[in-house]
Design a protein around this ligand. Sequence first.
Ligand code: FNR
Length: 183
Amino acid sequence: MSKHVTVIVGSLREGSYNRKLACTLTELAPEGLEFSFVRTGELPLYNPDLDEGTPPEAWQSFRRCVGRSDAILFVTPEYNRSVPANLKNALDVGSRPMGESVWDGKPSAIVTGSPGGIGGFGANHHLRQSLVFLNAAPMQQPEAYIGNIAKLFDEEGRLTNEGTKDFLKGFMQAFAAWIEKLT
Ligand code: FNR
């Protein structure tokens, strides 16, 4: 039976390179994985007071989407050596109410992309730190820091670098095996 993976892209930008990267990753994935993208830009900032009554609809649908999936794929840029605020907010929204975290026990994988050479290392590891705490089982190897991302895609958003394509294919095969092991 197919496993369902929720994809969370950390960038809200229309022409986001990380979104292109995320689409490419879904295309390179082995059979047996299905994907859906969930948006984080519309989630109100987490405020515990709003969980006292009926939580905002955007929080409820986000929690439902993540909650019913088998695994999560994060693809994100680095903002100031950490994750973009919308992504951190999404982690917080999904982690509450206490005891009902949608991240708990879910296999996950992290890919960071940057036009710079470091490939979003800081964001990758800040996100990894939160996911470890949330018991969202981030895959340890292979790691994926995609540098020079602005040069990797053509006008149609297709990945042009064969070496990167092979690496991403291997990454998704490892992620599929990770999901299989944990679910
Ligand atoms: C950035 N950028 C950036 N890049 C990086 O490698 N390390 C960093 O710490 C930051 N910090 C940062 C902060 C803010 C507020 C912005 C807007 C940008 C540059 C960033 O990697 C670049 O804009 C990417 O193109 C963003 O990814 P998307 O939107 O193309 O997916």
